[in-house]
Design a protein around this ligand. Sequence first.
Ligand code: ATP
Length: 281
Amino acid sequence: MIALVSLFCAVSTDNLIEIRDVSFAYGSREILKGINLNAPRGKVIAIMGGSGSGKTTLLRLIGGQLRPTQGEVSMDGQIIHQLGNDELYKIRRKMGMLFQFGALFTDMSVFDNVAFQMREHTDLSEEMIRDLVLMKLHAVGLRGAHELMPHELSGGMARRVALARAVALDPQLIMYDEPFAGLDPISLGVIGNLIRRMTDALGLTSILVTHDIHESLKIVDYVYFISNGVVEAEGTPEEILASKLPFVHQFTHAEEDGPVPFHYPAPDYASDLALIKMAGK
Ligand SMILES: Nc1ncnc2c1ncn2[C@@H]1O[C@H](COP(=O)(O)OP(=O)(O)OP(=O)(O)O)[C@@H](O)[C@H]1O
């Protein structure tokens, strides 16, 4: 009974993903310095921040490709960096990943792209796989395109196929790295709505890394802003839109310079230019 109670406690949290006081450095270069973040079950959360602020790094920590130097990342109560290879493999099966440009296999049809993981990781019959693939493609509006090759798809269609592929194995979590990048305004709206609809319909949890604040505020439940290695601001879309914090304001108003600097840290401009040095001689 005690074991049962403690098991229940371990998985009873509403958060599928919990990030507790996580720090990470590439070599001696500190990127994250004590991040706390939750992704509650069934919700869509966005992670935003300037270029190079560590958003993709955070996704890789969740995926177990990287190990925190301090703190813990857990999924369903399991601390990712403490898992052995087999357990890590199992937990990764519960994660879907959608990269910026879909990264479809170019020599495979749309159908085979979505079927790929089912064939690799399950014992399902081809008949069953066919039905499942068509169901996933139907959900993203592309059942009729299943025979096309990736080069015959528009950018928005490719992104939708990638989404169908990301949910092929019925994951609990989907991580999206820049899902809106390079899309026209209509495809942008389509992808945004699909992310929301798939999350709700399949009972998923979605974590979105994006620069597109306006598109994401329409569909997410909660936003985290990362800067200088910490969570600089967080809140619901309503709270973010009403925020007077300069950092948040810079994002919501797409200002080029502000608390998030336009320039990557560099030596003084004048002294860095050989021309000026020569003129001074
Ligand atoms: N493998 C690596 N080795 C060393 N440094 C790295 C490595 N990967 C990323 N970095 C550095 O870590 C920092 C954070 O990178 P990351 O890709 O997580 O940022 P990001 O917020 O996703 O950026 P963007 O929005 O531009 O994609 C960057 O300064 C980057 O140069």
